[in-house]
Design a protein around this ligand. Structure first.
Ligand code: DC
Length: 205
């Protein structure tokens, strides 16, 4: 079974997806980590973005191991965030990473998180959720998480939102049949419980 959780940066996807996977006993897939790892390789080694994506050997568990190296922290810098958002507009990069994600999701039970899980990677997912939060709340969460300046985070976020929503290939939007969940003012536990009960209901039905 696949539970797809999509939405913009800062909506709480990672925290919620991780906790939902734990609550259900499913495996967590952070698809953004794949875009980030491909971007890191590109920044370090140069060449074509599509080659970085195609060659990427990645294990996205508790730690993110890319091409044999632990990049868990290295992929979270602002430079990598920006580069990941940029290469995510490239059709060949997306095709390469989507293929890797589909191969993983083929068997087992997953909570997969990203931007296009419900629309492109796993449109047949039994549960699809589109998480949102107000731009202010999203920026506040990111700034706390990165211990960064709120105004800078807000500006970067607006740029990345425009890039993620406006790109030609797989722009960020809710999938058909997705349940939209605004997490502003909700606790992580409340959001997790909501999604976990959707998954349990889907399993029964
Ligand atoms: O969720 P994140 O911030 O780690 O994602 C990093 C970048 O990768 C972000 O700009 C959007 C892109 N991305 C994507 O296009 N499709 C996905 N399934 C996941 C991430």
């Amino acid at each position: 079974m696949v539970v797809a959780i999509d939405g913009p940066a800062g909506a709480g996807k990672s925290t919620v997806a991780r906790a939902t996977a734990r609550a259900l006993g499913f495996t967590y897939l952070d698809s953004g980590a794949m875009y980030r790892a491909a971007a890191l390789t590109l920044l370090e080694e140069g060449g074509a973005a599509s080659e970085s994506a195609e060659r990427l050997q990645i294990d996205v568990g508790e730690r993110v191991i890319a091409n044999g190296r632990d990049v868990t922290e290295a992929i979270r810098t602002p430079e990598v965030s920006e580069a990941a958002s940029r290469i995510a507009t490239n059709e060949k990069v997306r095709a390469a990473l989507v293929a890797k994600q589909r191969a993983l999701l083929e068997s087992g039970d997953w909570v997969a998180e990203g931007r296009d899980i419900g629309t492109v990677v796993a449109p047949e997912a039994e549960v699809k959720v589109f998480l949102t939060a107000s731009p202010e709340e999203r920026a506040r969460r990111r700034a706390d998480e990165l211990r960064a300046d709120l105004e800078t985070v807000q500006r970067d976020q607006a740029l990345r939102d425009a890039q993620d929503e406006g790109r030609e290939h797989s722009p960020l939007r809710p999938a058909a049949g997705a349940i939209e969940l605004d997490t502003s003012g909700l606790s992580v536990e409340q959001v997790v419980e909501r999604i976990a009960s959707l998954a349990r209901a889907a399993r029964m039905g």
